[in-house]
Design a protein around this ligand. Structure first.
Ligand code: GLN
Length: 392
């Protein structure tokens, strides 16, 4: 749809990077309109990670560009995990900032209330440098936070804990870390589970207060997200009519026909499927049952987070449920049906708008990266990234 489209203005994140002296080397591959978790559905073909496995997605091109050393860092978009999921499969750090901390101006919308530009880099310090360059109020985005952004210094962040930081790392004595039991879900591999236990134990041994917490509505998150996503997609994709911009079919029988043929030709099946399903959910007779109901469930999921902060300052969970699957396995139909499940651990943070970071921890038996995710309350990036640096 946008193959030949050149935007007439820069996205705020791009402009701020340029202003900070960065050199933008190129655009990266992703699933069409950021819908997916594999970077397998792009008109440019799939992106595989450097081990020829699934790169993750939707911002898999960005993760591979960083992992392979092509660039210092990259921007992705994160609506349900699209920065953290490929970061996990490619062995790099991936940050989804607090909703509204980084401007969405120029970011093509998927789910407006959940989208946020994400940051991928080889280590936490590099993520912080990029975040410091791009974060902060932007009058072009009405959902951008107005509170002034104070640049993050990880050294200062170490003051969150009482112990002096060893070698510029955060002291974690007394830091309350929650382990949400519901994230130990179906399809979580033994290797990821063992790594999760091991790091939780290490943090406890080093002085953190690590304890299990419960977030009972986590199990509804994927279905709730799917409904909200498809409804917003149905609305957001309406702008691609072949008239103002994007692909225009060579068919001038009628305006309606022109719209229809342009959209039928230039959207892939995944996009078309979400548009149709979303419109079904939004029909007058279905609106209450699906869209409104999903909004209420989203509120319950957000409440789980609000409640958990009474017991924990940060949460530690897996990012992805397994190591990167083989590309050939993932594109099999049955596995693709599980696409939504790939976001089980990442997507609740988007529902709540909170920040989350994926940190590579170790290699699996097969030599592939395994990562963990840390989540924190809104605007807790300084603490979140300090713990990320501690465990990286
Ligand atoms: N996999 C999810 C989806 O397809 C998330 C995508 C994203 O974060 N951009 O909707």
């Amino acid at each position: 749809m946008l193959e030949n489209f050149s935007p007439p203005y820069n996205a705020t994140v791009c402009q701020r990077l340029l202003d900070a002296g960065a050199v933008l080397v190129g655009k990266t591959n992703l699933d069409q309109f950021a819908m997916g978790s594999g970077t397998v559905d792009s008109i440019y073909g799939p992106t595989k990670n450097v081990w020829k496995c699934k790169a993750g997605g939707s911002s898999g091109g960005s993760a591979v560009a960083v992992a392979s050393g092509v660039c210092f860092g990259a921007i992705g978009s994160d609506t349900g995990g699209s920065t953290r999921n490929p970061a996990s499969y490619c062995g790099v750090v991936g940050l989804k900032p607090t909703y509204g901390l980084v401007s969405r101006h120029g970011l093509i919308p998927l789910v407006n209330s959940m989208d946020v530009p994400g940051i991928l880099a080889r280590n936490v310090d590099d993520v912080v440098s990029i975040l410091n360059a791009v974060a902060g109020h932007d009058k072009q985005d009405s959902t951008c936070l107005t509170k002034p952004f104070k640049k993050i210094s990880l050294f200062e962040s170490s003051n969150y804990c009482s112990r002096l930081p060893p070698a510029n790392k955060m002291g974690i004595k007394g830091l309350k870390i929650g382990i949400p039991i519901e994230y130990n879900c179906e399809y979580l591999s033994d290797e990821v589970l063992d790594m999760w236990d091991e790091i939780a134990q290490t943090l406890q041994n080093e002085g953190a207060i690590v304890k299990e917490v419960s977030m009972p509505h986590t199990q509804y998150s994927i279905v709730c997200y799917s409904v909200l996503n498809q409804c917003e997609v149905a609305s957001n994709m309406a702008r691609y009519d072949g008239i103002e911009y994007g692909y225009r079919a060579d068919d001038d029988h009628s305006t309606e026909k022109l719209y229809a043929v342009s959209r039928r030709t230039a959207f892939n099946d995944i996009v078309k499927n979400r548009i149709l399903t979303g419109n079904y959910f939004l029909l007058g007779r279905n609106y209450e049952k699906y869209f409104n109901q999903a909004l209420k469930v989203r509120r319950l999921i957000m409440n789980d987070f609000d409640n958990v902060w009474e017991d924990a300052q940060l949460l530690l969970t897996p990012t992805t449920l397994t190591e990167a699957p083989l590309y050939s396995d993932f594109i099999q139909k049955t596995n693709r049906d599980q696409c939504a499940f790939q976001d089980f651990c990442t997507q609740p943070a988007n529902m709540a708008g909170i920040p989350a970071v994926s940190v590579p921890i170790k290699l699996s038996k097969n030599g592939l990266p395994l990562s963990l995710q840390i989540m924190g309350r809104n605007l807790s990036e300084p603490m979140l990234l300090a713990l990320a640096k501690y465990i990286e």
